[in-house]
Ligand binder design. Structure first.
Ligand code: UGA
Length: 439
């Protein structure tokens, strides 16, 4: 079986690599010639554990290839997955021009039955627009070619995407015909052999499932952050409260870790998108509006704590940041709390030094030379006034505390991810601040 994946970004590359890993012939298409040239040399544009090795392995086996030639790829494929970007347009809603352009290209080039699957996260109702776009092109060509559309949202977590694809909690597929269902069953069979379920449904429900899933997860985070802030005020310990509530299986102990707000390319964008969709139908999604508001404030939590510690004057103070990416195991900084925190620190006249194991290059695109970058987490601390932990990279979990204390002018740590123990920090002589625990 041969398939085409259009869009060699994060989702497209992971999807293409994983389908080829189980023996399906995959052609990945992108309009960016430079990107395709690099991929053909084995240079992968994003950092994702395990991805590069998987791409190289499957290229060598001849099952995975990269091209800018969409027409020939589509002609030879039984299924085409659309995984191009949907950047927000001027008014903030998802810009579908790339998705619909691919749909039109499919309509221009397919000669036999083809299943056109939307994998990009797109507003509810998009698959129908894809269907119409394909049909319009077929009409222009005055040919009759049978095709189906389907919606197959992805639930990959950056940093764990390969594992999520190979061992999915579930695969959600929205479609309209038995033929499409058969094809999708065949494609996903290798991933479902161990009982990972495929849930078939109508297209609109599949599109909605993606937003509902991310919105629910974002809600859990804003909820726990709100409760954490209250814990701190009343003198409760969020770590204990988290364990206390998480052991109720209806609540669950996953995804209720407090922090400095959710970031990334998905939660912020998807929460905003579903609020927008609802408003288009004159429905007010009140809970999600609150989720977003709590998250925006939470991103400033550490900044506010730092300000308070220095009596609202950090002019000329040096703040060291450990971690810039929105979460560990990725260099992605989209909507990362670090963006807001750096902006506020600089505005208040502080000097910012930063260390991140992977995201420094990415950070340079955002901050340029307004902050300084270090390749060693300890070197960054020399002559600095405090340390703030923004991302819970494993290497920050048991640092050489004595060196940290010696290097800092003031032994102050602001822990945005609750990776240290309050009592231990006290014994070590640090002024320690975290989330949801009075210190
Ligand atoms: C998220 C979803 O988890 C995936 O299922 C989904 O496929 C993906 O979005 C998407 O729509 O493409 P991702 O954005 O990669 O994945 O990252 P997560 O691991 O879910 O983390 C999101 C944010 O929540 C991070 O900023 C993280 O620090 C924060 N978080 C997570 C917390 O603050 N507390 C937690 O307990 C968990």
């Amino acid at each position: 079986m041969k398939i085409t994946i259009v869009g060699s970004g994060y989702v497209g590359l992971v999807t293409g690599a994983c389908f080829s890993e189980v023996g399906i012939e995959v052609v990945c298409v992108d309009i960016d010639q430079n990107k395709i040239n690099n991929l053909n040399k084995g240079i992968v544009p994003i950092y994702e554990p395990g991805l590069e090795a998987m791409i190289l392995r499957n290229m060598q086996k001849g099952r995975l290839s990269f091209t800018t030639n969409l027409a020939s790829a589509v002609k030879e494929s039984e299924a085409v997955f659309i995984s191009v970007g949907t950047p927000p347009d001027e008014d903030g809603s998802a810009d579908l021009k790339y998705v619909l352009a691919v749909a039109r290209d499919c309509g221009k080039h397919i000669d036999d039955y083809t299943l056109i699957v939307t994998k990009s996260t797109v507003p509810v109702g998009t698959s129908i627009k894809v269907k119409n776009a394909v049909q319009e092109e077929l009409d222009k060509r005055q040919v009759k070619v049978d095709f189906d559309v389907a919606s197959n949202p992805e639930f990959l977590k950056e940093g764990a995407a390969i594992n999520d694809f190979l061992k999915p909690d579930r695969i959600v597929i929205g479609l309209e015909s038995p033929r499409a269902e058969e094809l999708m069953k065949t494609l996903y069979k290798p991933f479902t052999l161990n009982g990972h379920p495929v849930i078939f449904m109508d297209i609109v429900s599949a599109e909605m499932t993606k937003y509902a899933a991310n919105s629910m997860l974002a809600t859990k985070i804003s909820f726990i952050n709100d409760i954490a802030n209250l814990c701190e005020i009343v003198g409760a310990d969020i770590n204990k409260v988290r364990k206390g509530i998480g052991s109720d299986s209806r609540i669950g102990n996953k995804f209720i870790y407090p922090g400095i707000g959710y970031g990334g390319s998905c939660f912020p964008k998807d929460v905003q998108a579903i609020i927008r969709t609802a408003s288009e139908y004159n429905y007010d999604l009140r809970v999600l509006k609150a989720v977003e508001a709590v998250n925006n404030e939470q991103k400033l939590l550490l900044y506010n704590k730092i300000m308070q510690y220095f009596n609202n004057d950090i002019k000329g103070k040096t703040v060291v940041l450990w971690g810039l990416s929105f979460k560990p195991q990725t260099d992605d900084m989209r909507e990362a709390p670090s963006l807001k925190i750096v902006e506020k620190l600089l505005e208040a006249g502080a000097l910012v030094k930063a260390y991140d194991p992977i995201a420094i290059n990415e950070a340079k695109h955002h901050f340029g030379d307004t902050i300084s970058y270090y390749e060693d987490q300890y070197e960054a601390l020399i002559d600095a006034d405090c340390l703030a932990i923004l991302t819970e990279w494993p290497e920050f979990k048991i640092p050489k505390f004595k060196i940290v204390a010696k290097l800092l002018n003031k032994p102050a740590i602001f822990d945005g991810r609750n990776i240290y123990d309050k009592e231990e920090m006290k014994e070590l002589g640090f002024d320690y601040f975290c989330v949801g625990i009075k210190t």
